[in-house]
Design a protein around this ligand. Structure first.
Ligand code: ADP
Ligand code: ADP
Length: 225
């Protein structure tokens, strides 16, 4: 798994430059994208998951140009947007079962196994029969990550997952992410909270006003500060 971002810039139609000459190489494991509000994190993530166009530069995922191979790229990617919400009248397990169907799991038995494993993995097995929209905020966030993971993506893009979570839920979330990083997947996590990254990521970049101002291990950044 390899993501290569070369000289990437994004200028919005109103003239705002959200990303400026970004160069990043991301391989398997967990990669943290740190930056304050407005730094360009969401823009970069939406571009990576092919939901937004970029202005100039080049992005390849496993050698595939994301502009030319959109369909293939989308099959590889799981994306959890920052404002992920659901208006679902489904039970928690049904919600995940539906997500599994959408990801192409057609056999009932296969889905049942995948859904149950996923419910265990994110700690929602005990509330599997509760309506998804009746879950607590932290549980909803975990259901969001479960929905993202159930299609077995090779690239996982998660935008500000811990914003608004209480400390206990934040730790649960970090633990779920740490377990993932043992698989052969690339996980890109954006956050404005250093602690989310230092406890989970082996590599990171710091974005400031659309520019990468630091690349390396989180410990190096903390030593510099
Ligand atoms: P972050 O996720 O780090 O908060 P964003 O990528 O959301 O940063 O935003 C980066 C900058 O681009 C901000 O200044 C934001 O106001 C601006 N921006 C984001 N989306 C748009 C848009 N659709 N049109 C114009 N400017 C935008
Ligand atoms: P269109 O057919 O108009 O080009 P798109 O194919 O761009 O529409 O996207 C349709 C919808 O699929 C989007 O609104 C988005 O919600 C979803 N989508 C597309 N790509 C992804 C992705 N990589 N991750 C998550 N959702 C996606």
């Amino acid at each position: 798994m390899k993501i290569a971002i070369q000289d990437l810039s994004k200028i919005y139609p109103n003239g705002h430059k959200a990303l400026s000459h970004v160069n990043l190489e991301i391989e398997r494991g967990m990669f943290g994208l740190l930056g304050p509000n407005g730094a360009g994190k969401s823009s970069l993530m939406r571009i990576l998951v092919t939901l937004q166009e970029y202005s100039s530069g080049n992005i390849k995922i496993n050698g595939l140009d994301i502009n030319k191979k959109r369909k293939q790229i989308r099959k590889l990617i799981g994306y959890l947007p920052q404002d992920f919400t659901f208006f679902s009248k489904l039970k928690t397990w049904e919600f995940l079962d539906y997500a599994a169907q959408l990801s192409g799991k057609t056999r009932r038995k296969e889905r049942r196994l995948a859904v149950e494993e996923m419910l265990e993995q994110v700690g929602l097995f005990n509330v599997r029969n509760r309506l998804a929209n009746k879950l607590s905020g932290g549980m909803k966030r975990r259901l969001g990550i479960a929905q993202t993971l159930i299609g077995d993506p090779e690239v996982i893009v998660i935008d500000e997952p811990t914003t608004g979570l209480d400390p206990e839920e934040r730790i649960r979330f970090r633990n779920i992410l740490s377990n993932l990083s043992q698989k052969d997947v690339a996980i890109i996590l954006s956050t404005h909270i250093v602690g989310d990254i230092s406890s989970t990521c082996s590599n990171m970049a710091l974005l400031h006003k659309g520019e990468v101002v630091f690349k390396g291990a989180p410990e190096e950044l903390i030593q510099q500060a």
